[in-house]
Design a protein. Structure first.
Lengths: 297, 167, 632, 102
């Protein structure tokens, strides 16, 4: 029951995200856009390029979707509404996101195309740096909650959400989440301008549809993670818990998408350099800062 | 019972992927096969109720092996395996020693009396227990490991970096 | 206890900071030495009020890192800190305008830190580590001007000589730990019986190497190649003192049989190196030989069973010898970087203030009242006169005193006579400040002796007017003769031999041959049982005593006897070198090379081949383990 | 009991496969993969021992962590060496590594 509810919510969220993304990138609000384009994709021929690595080519899109779904499984919508309340929830989310990288690597190598391969390898470099940031930011969060249970993390923010308690960690996590979801301005693996779609360049038809769906779900899970870890998840007055979760998640997703509309795409070197040289030291400082807050104050 | 089945299934997957690592001629495939082999090992951990280590194994090995794939592509003569080159040598010796080593370990696994089996572990306490272990009794070991990693990072960078003044 | 730890950590931090920052080296070194000095004096005052500390590394009580602040170690620490600080002050001036300041001051600070660790160590393992560290840092400092010819070999020689003698310390610690089951110094000192004899002899070997006792004194003269502040530090309070300090600390362990040997070695050294000092043509080498001679006197006192006298002489000697060296450094700069006595002629006239300090320290060394050397030497003499072996030790001590007077008189005469010209000296103020304080200490340290004795709770030997008078007369005769007569007349036929420092077997070859010989001899001793060995040593001492007896008939004859004896020893050792030992070593070398060639073939560079070998090796180990467990 | 045996058997077979791989492959990165498989087998054994024999002693899990560290180190240093070698010789084939001999 829980699982069905969660998947339903996710799909609704993904749909809304897709609408938002269309609006952000084209400027026209088309509530039925995802349905029409999805149907169109299913109707089109799904071309397989010459001499592909067939296994990778076929497995990559579902793996992307599955990884995103797995990450969603440990994020609570409300106190009771969680698919798997794992003792290592906060670490598990990250494990799931790492498989997004694996999926994109496969998608990049599989179709035997230059743009796709460049995109896949770019994403590898990007995620290695930024999943590090995610883990480090989550360390500080788990320190405050004294637990890796995602539900405990939410409960620990009853007095003050983490976004205010540890603003540095919040900003870092937010940006790292955008990098993991390859949202513009960090959409280097797909980079429509220079790589002509990158990892998605060689995919057509229903495979592309699955991939887009997976990406939308991924954005939703990341937004949900931001809301759970930093914005107090289901906590909030008046409205029922699930509504708060949904509201916060959608809000975060909207902000993420909007940022991409106004910021130009970054250079690969800059992305890596800032991640390693600025982000990671800051994340370490954040851990130290939270430690001081917890032990001294 | 269910635990045994799951452990066995994931174990079979781990072995299957490990064999694929050395059977395929595409280097990226072989790196990703290793990835899935290690991921299957992580899943075995989960099946054996060792939650934290399982998740850690899943995370770490995925990153590690993906990086390995990039290095394979960079340094191999034929990363796609399209030329069908034979990349093995001293075949007979390797087969014999691999088989002997595996059989010896199997024999140990089957013929040693392992003593009483612990019935239950509570996953919820593991994270806490491991944390206390790390921060109290094994702290020195853990710190040593940390320093060792740092040293290895610096050493590896120093080896790999381009010499100043050359070229 | 934190304060006591600061004694070590101050200079250590200074060394690290200097290396890290690479600037402000002199200031940082001074700061480190200053912190160490304050901490040492503070600790001394606390200990004087009856406190005694012992501390291990917090958190890891199992590790053998223990510091002990008890009266004895606190006095030593204060000594090292005082000398270290003022030498550092002097060095700021001395090194002005030299390159490599970072290396120099980092080395000096590290040297002081290592020495303090050795002094304060409460555990044999820590002591051993510090012992090696001072050897290493002295190697670095002696070889400071490594680009100049002859310096690098001198540094290596000093290092290798002391290193080979260090084997004695390893052996001694091994014996002690295996005997008592603990590495805590204070508890191992209660060992007795054959273990104490063996450990004592090994400790003596280690101390002989570090304190440059005959026949291992050759390196000390070469070690003069380093900068003068290094020599001052080396000779007064650190490297060379380590040997004497080791024996003083281990005194409760030493049984009478070993004490006799200690005394004989000390006496012999006093004579041999005293004569060497007389024949030197270089001021710093003269002072170096005199250092070995004075440490011989300390060993005499220990051998007589009164370590407190040795301690006093160590303290007084530290002040005197460091001021002598610092004065020599001033002369060296003033004469255009030469320490040849011929170049220094008349330098005393040109730089009267420095010469005054030099004279005071020199007279103190010779034992003229009321300077500190008189009191300490008097204590040593008194100790030898009342010891059970007075007939053996007292004449040696007297001869040492006489020789001290002789070479001090000679040095003063050479510096005073003749017309010298002085160049302006850079950094004179710093040098003067360091020198002045140490000279004052050299003059007045005699006053500190009763309180120190009270602090250590030790009894000095009964003072007798006779002993004091005899000592004073010997010193004055020596001074007068040294001032009046040229050395060639004094020494006669042994002059040339003494000039070369009575090297046995000659140079580096001896380095290889001597340990091998010594090892063979030690094995032999073990074969026959330790008791017999001790007896043999005793017999050797007796024979020496007879030589000493005849010596009192007339210095001239005695000196001649010693000279011809050492000539004979030298000849014999060279013959042994050429035939037996060389052949043995050759065979060893050939065997090792063959083995290496075989092993090299395995090392093909093919990683897969080596992995296969490794797998086979592991399999073999497992097979052996299984076979072993099945068999048992 | 069965689960323990199953896990140990998996570990043993992984060890055999990894040993074969490390010995038979011609280039450095593939040899490293063999070593990783061997270590993976070791990990399975360690976790099985911890879970079924001494779940109360967390030093077992600690050991697993250390082995994982070793795997990461193996990777880091191995890639460093591979990069250095590739720069110097243009190849990481071990058959061509006779110049490494001592």
């Amino acid at each position: 029951m829980n699982a069905v509810m969660a998947i339903l919510m996710l799909l609704v969220g993904a749909y809304l995200v897709a609408v938002l993304e269309g609006w952000v990138s084209t400027g026209r609000l088309r509530p039925a856009g995802p349905i029409t384009s999805g149907l169109a994709l299913l109707g089109r021929e799904s071309v397989v390029p010459r001499r592909p690595d067939r296994i990778f080519f076929e497995v990559a899109p579902p793996l992307l979707l599955v990884a995103a779904l797995l990450a969603a499984a440990v994020l609570p919508l409300s106190p009771g509404l969680i698919v798997a309340d794992l003792a290592t929830g906060a670490l598990f989310v990250n494990a799931a996101w790492v498989y997004v990288m694996v999926a994109l690597l496969m998608a990049g190598w599989g179709p035997n195309g230059a743009y796709a391969m460049v995109g896949g390898f770019r994403f590898l470099g990007q995620t290695v740096g930024y999943s590090m940031l995610i883990v480090m930011a989550l360390t500080a969060v788990a320190m405050r909650a004294e637990s890796l249970f995602t539900t405990e993390v939410v409960k620990s923010q009853a007095a003050l959400p983490n976004a205010i308690y540890q603003p540095v960690g919040f900003v870092l996590f937010f940006l790292a989440a955008m990098a993991v979801a390859f949202l513009p301005p960090l959409d280097l693996p797909t980079a429509p301008g220079e790589l002509a779609g990158g990892v998605m360049a060689e995919y057509t038809g229903w495979r592309l549809a699955v991939m887009r769906l997976g990406r939308a779900v991924l954005v939703v899970t990341l937004a949900a993670a931001v809301s759970v870890f930093y914005l107090g998840g289901w906590l909030g007055p008046v409205l029922p818990p699930w509504a708060w979760s949904a509201l916060k998640t959608l809000l975060v997703a909207a902000v993420m998408l909007l940022l991409g509309r106004y910021v130009p795409r970054l250079r690969e070197t800059h992305v890596l350099e800032w991640g390693w040289k600025i982000g990671i030291p800051l994340a370490l400082l954040n851990i130290f800062y939270v430690g001081v807050l917890l032990l001294v104050v | 019972m269910l635990q045994t089945v799951f452990t066995g299934l994931f174990g079979l997957a781990a072995i299957w992927f490990a064999v694929v690592v050395f059977r395929t001629s595409s280097m990226v495939r072989s790196a990703l096969a290793l990835l899935f082999s290690q991921a299957a090992i992580g899943a075995m951990f989960l099946a054996m109720q060792t939650e934290f280590l399982g998740v850690l194994q899943l995370t770490m090995m995925a990153t590690e092996m993906a990086i390995m794939a990039i290095f394979m592509v960079m340094y191999m003569m034929d990363p796609g395996g399209l030329g069908g080159m034979d990349m093995t040598h001293q075949k007979r010796a390797s087969q014999v020693s691999g088989a002997l080593g595996g059989l010896a370990a199997l024999a140990v696994a089957f013929f040693v009396g392992w003593g009483p089996i612990a019935a239950e572990v509570r996953p919820g306490e593991q994270v806490r227990g491991l944390g206390l272990e790390i921060m109290e009794r094994s702290m020195l070991i853990f710190e040593t490991a940390g320093v060792t990693i740092l040293t290895a990072m610096i050493a590896a960078t120093a080896i790999a970096i381009k010499r100043r003044g050359k070229e | 206890m934190i304060v006591a730890a600061l004694i070590i950590l101050g200079p250590l931090a200074a060394a690290v900071l200097i290396l890290a920052l690479r600037r402000l080296a002199p200031a940082l070194a001074l700061l480190g030495a200053g912190v160490s000095l304050i901490a040492a004096l503070f600790t001394l005052s606390r200990v004087a009020n009856g406190a005694a500390y012992s501390a291990t590394l917090p958190g890891l009580p199992g590790l053998p890192l223990r510091l002990v602040a008890e009266p004895l170690t606190a006095v030593f620490a204060a000594l090292v800190a005082v000398v270290g600080f003022f030498v550092m002050v002097y060095a700021v001036g001395y090194m002005r305008g030299e390159g490599g300041l970072v290396r120099f001051f980092a080395g000096m600070s590290f040297f002081v830190a290592a020495m303090q660790a050795l002094v304060l160590a409460g555990d044999w393992v820590l002591l051993l580590a510090a012992w090696e560290l001072i050897g290493f840092s002295s190697y670095l400092l002696i070889g400071f001007w490594f680009e100049r010819p002859g310096i690098a070999p001198a540094a290596s020689r000093a290092f290798l000589y002391t290193r080979s003698a260090d084997l004695g310390l390893y052996a001694a610690i091994f014996v002690l730990i295996s005997q008592t089951g603990t590495s805590e110094i204070s508890r191992t000192l209660q060992a007795g019986g054959a273990a104490a004899v063996a450990a004592g002899l090994f400790l003596l070997l280690a101390a002989m190497g570090k304190s440059a006792q005959t026949p291992l004194h050759g390196w000390l003269l070469d070690a003069m190649a380093g900068p003068t502040p290094v020599s001052a530090l080396l000779h007064s309070a650190t490297l060379v003192a380590a040997g004497a300090i080791l024996l003083i600390r281990a005194f409760p362990l030493l049984p009478p049989a070993v004490l006799v040997v200690v005394g004989v070695v000390g006496g012999l050294t006093t004579l041999v190196t005293g004569l060497t000092a007389l024949a030197q043509r270089d001021l710093k080498r003269l002072l170096a030989a005199s250092t070995a001679s004075q440490y011989g006197l300390m060993l005499l006192a220990i051998g007589a069973g009164v370590p407190v006298a040795a301690l006093f002489h160590l303290l007084a000697h530290a002040a005197m010898k460091s001021s002598l060296f610092l004065g020599a450094g001033v002369f060296q700069h003033a004469s255009g970087d030469s320490t040849e006595l011929a170049d220094l002629e008349g330098m005393g006239r040109a730089r009267r203030l420095t010469f005054l300090g030099f004279v005071i320290a020199g007279l103190a060394l010779a034992g003229v009242p009321p300077l500190s050397g008189f009191w300490s030497k008097d204590a040593v003499l008194a100790a030898t006169f009342v010891s059970p072996n007075a007939w053996l030790l007292a004449p040696l001590a007297l001869a040492g005193t006489l020789l001290t007077g002789l070479y001090v008189g000679r040095a003063l005469r050479l510096l005073w006579r003749g017309e010298g010209e002085s160049e302006p000296v850079a950094g004179e103020r710093w040098m003067g400040a360091g020198l002045a304080v140490l000279v004052v200490l050299a003059a007045t340290l005699g006053l500190a002796m009763p309180p120190v004795a009270g602090l250590l709770g030790a009894e000095l030997s009964e003072e007798t007017l006779l002993v004091a008078a005899v000592g004073l007369v010997a010193a004055l005769i020596g001074l007068a003769l040294g001032w009046a007569l040229p050395t060639g007349r004094l020494l006669g036929p042994v002059y040339g031999l003494a000039g070369r420092g009575f090297r046995v077997g000659g140079g580096f070859d001896g380095l290889v041959a001597r340990p091998a010989l010594g090892f063979a001899r030690a094995l032999d001793v073990f074969d026959r049982g330790i008791h017999a060995g001790v007896l043999a040593v005793g017999g050797f001492g007796l024979a020496l005593a007879r030589v000493a007896d005849t010596m009192s008939d007339g210095i001239h004859a005695g000196v001649l006897a010693v000279g011809s004896a050492s000539l004979a020893v030298a000849r014999a050792s060279r013959v042994i070198d050429d035939r037996g030992i060389d052949g043995l070593i050759d065979a060893l070398v050939r065997g090792t090379r063959d083995l290496g060639a075989r092993a090299r073939e395995l090392q093909s560079g093919l990683v897969h081949r080596e992995l296969l070998l490794a797998a086979a090796g592991v399999a073999l180990v497992f097979a052996l383990l299984i076979a072993g467990s099945v068999g048992s | 009991m069965t689960t323990l045996i199953v896990a140990l058997a998996v570990g043993a077979i992984l060890f055999g496969v990894g040993l074969y791989g490390a010995l038979s492959q011609t280039n450095l990165v593939m040899i490293m993969m063999g070593v990783e498989v061997i270590l993976g087998g070791a990990l399975v054994n360690l976790v099985a021992f911890w879970r079924f024999l001494h779940p109360e002693a967390y030093s077992g899990q600690m050991f697993v962590l250390i082995v994982m560290t070793v795997m990461a180190l193996d990777m880091a240093v191995g890639f460093g060496v591979a990069t250095g070698r590739f720069r110097a010789r243009g190849s990481i084939e071990m058959e061509e590594a006779r110049d490494l001999k001592g």
